[in-house]
Design a protein around this ligand. Structure first.
Ligand code: ACO
Length: 271
């Protein structure tokens, strides 16, 4: 059952997240710069809660990180038997024979919920990335509809190098953006991608000087807000489903969406 209550300051602070809502724009900041915005299970469940509880008036979500790095990925303490203070240690649980595999998969599904909502049609999500975006941090940026990079950005899918797979919903956008072969090369070497290369690979909509990152994102937000909300949501839905549709299916989806749009415009004219 979705928790639509607004997350409390305490919940967000404990998760290393800050949420600022100003009219139609929500800014979600990773706020543990002293740990390079390393994220824990609690961070991801808090992000899911933010997504579930976002007011309908919010049309744009900007995801950013405090300090020199967007995010250093998973908090490496999650892999230690001691775990992260105040959170269950999955490694200790596994070592002790619990949870079973189905329960662990459910836990991961809860974490993935923190990333999935960023694609939904009613909002446009933008990642503003400076410094490192590693592992879960790269996947968070990939979960957003668009990425604006500072010129010092470094992207890295580190999971395979740690014996893991990327499981926070980043593999689909990565393959869709760079293709399967390049995605394999990036993941299986776990090498860092510079901002310039990220732009060439279409992983960034723009690369700007670090000092211009906020202003560039603000300009993009202003441009996005100029488009009527319903048309933007319907168009995003169409674009998101395009890769999985046949041409005929997509043409049908366009017709159906347009009939709804035209009817809504006619209704507005009448009223
Ligand atoms: N988990 C926990 N703590 C971290 C993490 C992390 N992922 N990343 C950085 N920190 C801590 C450091 O231990 C350090 O703590 P300290 O001040 O107590 O020594 C502090 O944050 C600052 O880190 P530095 O390494 O000093 O910062 P720097 O700017 O030089 O480097 C970088 C940043 C490149 C991100 C580096 O910290 C790093 O490589 N971190 C680990 C990245 C990683 O392997 N992440 C896991 C990816 S896989 C996944 O996400 C599923």
């Amino acid at each position: 059952m979705a928790d639509t209550t607004t997350p409390t300051e305490e919940e967000l602070a404990a998760a290393g997240v800050r949420l600022d809502i100003a009219g139609a724009v929500a800014t979600v900041s990773l706020a543990r710069p002293e740990r390079r915005n390393a994220m824990t299970g609690r961070t991801w469940t808090a992000l899911a809660h933010v997504g579930q509880s976002l007011p309908e008036s919010v049309r744009i979500v900007v995801v950013k990180g405090d300090g020199p790095s967007f995010s250093a990925g998973i908090d490496l303490a999650m892999f230690t038997p001691e775990g992260v203070e105040g959170e269950r240690s999955l490694m200790r649980d596994l070592r002790d024979g619990a949870p079973d595999h189905a329960a662990l998969a459910d836990t991961i599904a809860g974490y993935q919920a923190g990333f999935l909502w960023l694609r939904r049609p009613g909002i446009v999500s933008i990642a503003a990335v400076q410094g490192h975006a590693i592992g879960a941090g790269f996947q968070l940026a990939l979960s957003c509809d668009m990425r604006i990079l500072a010129d010092d950005a470094r992207l890295c899918m580190k999971e395979p190098a740690l014996g893991l797979v990327p499981d926070l919903t980043g593999t689909k956008p990565l393959v869709e953006i760079v293709g399967a072969s390049r995605a394999m090369e990036l993941c299986l070497t776990a090498r860092e991608v510079s901002a310039e290369e990220a732009r060439d690979l279409r992983l960034a909509e723009a690369v700007v000087e670090g000092t211009a990152l906020d202003e560039t994102v603000d300009d993009l937000v202003a441009g996005l807000l100029d488009t009527p909300a319903e048309a933007a949501a319907a168009t995003k839905k169409l674009l998101r489903q395009a890769p999985d549709n046949t041409l005929e299916e997509q043409a049908k989806a366009e017709r159906e969406a347009q009939v709804e749009r035209l009817a809504a415009l006619a209704r507005n004219e009448r009223d």
